[in-house]
Design a protein around this ligand. Structure first.
Ligand SMILES: O=C(O)C[C@@H](Cc1ccccc1)[C@H](O)SCc1ccccc1
Ligand SMILES: [Zn+2]
Length: 156
């Protein structure tokens, strides 16, 4: 499909708590595909459903090396449904983040260095992983979107 418009600062959908996904059906797959196409068009390394106006708990993590994080891992994009943090490091790391919904802003944000996380794939299967560094950062950034938090709400 064609990329969807990305909701920006001020759009109410960005400040809602997104609803858990209960139907692992073709509709969800279509929404995930639209998010993927929109993220790719925007050259993002992640995107959350609320950013395309969908208040559901799923996002995409798609780390790739970039000018700010040249040593970021190049990974196949992962669609994470109903993601949650099971454990997090006490150590926090500051790093520069951008947000497709806050155009032109680059802010230094403190994030956990590593996370133990769980999520469901589009077929409903549950997965667990330990994430660290830039991938952990993207996860935390996208999870904030599901909880109605953008970069502007994270300014120290
Ligand atoms: O708005 C979004 O969720 C996409 C974010 C993802 C991101 C999360 C954490 C740290 C950096 C980015 C970006 O706008 S995608 C654009 C981008 C790509 C590489 C580095 C920085 C920003
Ligand atoms: Zn964002």
């Amino acid at each position: 499909p064609t990329p969807l418009p990305i909701c920006v600062t001020g759009d109410p959908v960005l400040y809602q708590i997104a609803a858990p996904v209960t139907e692992f059906d073709a509709r969800l797959e279509a929404l995930a595909h639209s998010a993927m196409v929109t993220m790719d068009a925007a050259k993002g390394v992640g995107i959350a459903a609320p950013q395309i106006g969908v208040s559901l708990r799923f996002f995409i993590v798609a780390s790739r090396a970039n000018e700010r994080y040249p040593d970021a891992p190049n990974m196949a994009p992962v669609v994470m449904v109903n993601p949650c943090i099971l454990a997090a490091s006490n150590e926090l790391v500051a790093g520069e983040e951008g947000c497709l919904s806050v155009p032109g802003k680059r802010l230094s944000i403190l994030r956990h260095q590593w996370l133990d996380v769980s999520w469901q794939s589009l077929d409903g299967e549950t997965h667990h992983a330990r994430l660290e560094g830039f991938v952990a950062r993207i996860f935390q950034h996208e999870l904030d979107h599901l909880d109605g938090i953008t970069l502007l709400e994270r300014i120290e």
